[in-house]
Design a protein around this ligand. Structure first.
Ligand code: SAH
Ligand code: SF4
Length: 358
């Protein structure tokens, strides 16, 4: 699962196996959800022996799940090395969107983000990224309805996806591959805090929707919220955004966290309009999700509505993200921390790994 279809094909043909075997293997994993190689009936003994000798097939395990009154389900998943990550399923009309993590923790350290306070533990492998989709699909089939399908994915879980560029790229190729997950380009959204060198490489990334976490339209407020703005300020960020091939990516979405008295003033609207091109952008306002110990506050519903309407009046496509799953520790990274405090996982069997620095 860490390999794309092409990579698996190259690996197999290099060893004298048929390239068609790659299709069969993908079929067992991604279509039939059969993770026991002994059951792979159309695979030769020789290839099976090779696969068992050289590969491991592991998908993350669900160790906790909670359902919110609004239907949002939050999952804590355990990886092979005992690390945990969060993933969320958000139902909306005919869609079921999965919020996927790309790293264990995050190095960017945004001051409003609970995951940011945890630091970076490690990158997720491509198979651990797509494995989140697989394990939740399986969970839904076993616990809700065998016809359930996750229709959309957003890289808005824990971690900065472009900080783990190669693995997120391989995972995305598999998400798009008809022989694997077969999701459409428009059903995948990658969100980034603004890692400029990697944004400049997006021409070489599958053409999925791109969301930029902007959160402030002036450098001093943005630096206060996102330390990455010291290295890659607004000027450099927008220079890099210009290099994104828009034909493929259609419009860029700008995520703008609304925090009381910090970035919700009339001058913030002016600054935002000066910065963002109306035609090629969508603005998604995110009411700040408060969590214990954070200093920031969410503005009142009236203020949020006013902010949105002002932008609409000036001709911007602007929506407010509905806050979901409030009753199940919805703020990014909150569940993992709570879980660690309660020490609920099985420590005897799977001792916690020492933190890794990447
Ligand atoms: N690292 C990437 C993607 C993951 S974060 C990025 O920053 O874009 C995904 C989104 O969650 C970001 O837009 C971030 O602003 C939002 N987020 C983080 N903490 C939040 C909070 N406390 N309340 C509301 N949104 C939050
Ligand atoms: Fe990392 Fe995104 Fe959280 Fe910032 S908002 S710390 S980039 S996960």
């Amino acid at each position: 699962m860490d390999l794309t279809g092409e990579e698996l094909k190259t690996e197999l043909t290099g060893l004298g196996f048929s390239s068609f075997n790659s299709k069969q293997i993908f079929d067992w994993i991604y279509k039939k959800h059969q993770f026991d190689l002994n059951e792979w009936s159309n695979i030769s003994k020789k290839l099976k022996a090779y696969l068992i000798e050289n590969f491991e097939l592991v998908i993350p395990k669900v160790i906790w799940q909670g359902e919110s009154k609004d239907g949002t389900r939050k999952f804590l998943l355990k990886l092979e090395d005992g690390q945990t990550i969060e993933s969320v399923l958000i139902p909306a009309r005919e869609r079921l969107t999965q919020c996927i993590s790309s790293q264990v923790g995050c190095a960017i350290g945004c001051t409003f983000c609970h995951t940011g306070t945890q630091g970076l533990k490690r990158n997720l492998k491509a198979g651990e990224i797509t494995g989140q989709y697989l394990v939740l699909t399986k969970w839904l089939h076993e616990n809700v309805d065998p016809s359930e399908r996750i229709t959309n994915i957003v890289y808005m879980g824990q971690g900065e996806p472009l900080h783990n560029y190669n693995n997120v790229k391989a995972a995305t190729i598999n998400f798009l591959d008809d022989l694997a997950f077969g999701l459409g380009q428009r059903r995948i959204t990658l969100s980034t805090s603004g890692l400029v060198p990697k944004i400049k490489m997006l021409g070489d990334f599958p053409p999925v929707n791109i969301a930029i976490s902007l959160h402030a339209a002036d450098n001093s407020t943005r630096t206060q919220l996102m330390p990455i703005n010291k290295a890659y300020d607004l000027e450099r960020l927008f220079e890099a955004i210009k290099t994104i091939p828009l034909k493929a990516h259609r419009r860029i979405t700008y995520e703008y966290l609304l925090i009381e008295d910090l970035n919700d003033q009339p001058e913030d609207i002016d600054a935002l309009c000066n910065l963002i091109n109306r035609k090629e952008s969508k603005i998604n306002l995110i009411p700040f999700n408060e969590y214990p110990g954070c200093d920031y506050k969410r503005p009142s519903p009236d203020k949020i509505l006013w902010f949105m309407q002002e932008l609409n009046k000036r001709g911007y496509t602007c929506t407010v993200r509905q806050t979901k799953g409030d009753d199940i520790l919805a703020a990014c990274g909150q569940l993992k921390t709570q879980y660690e405090k309660l020490n609920l996982w099985d420590q005897e069997k799977e001792p916690r790994q020492a933190d890794q620095t990447l």
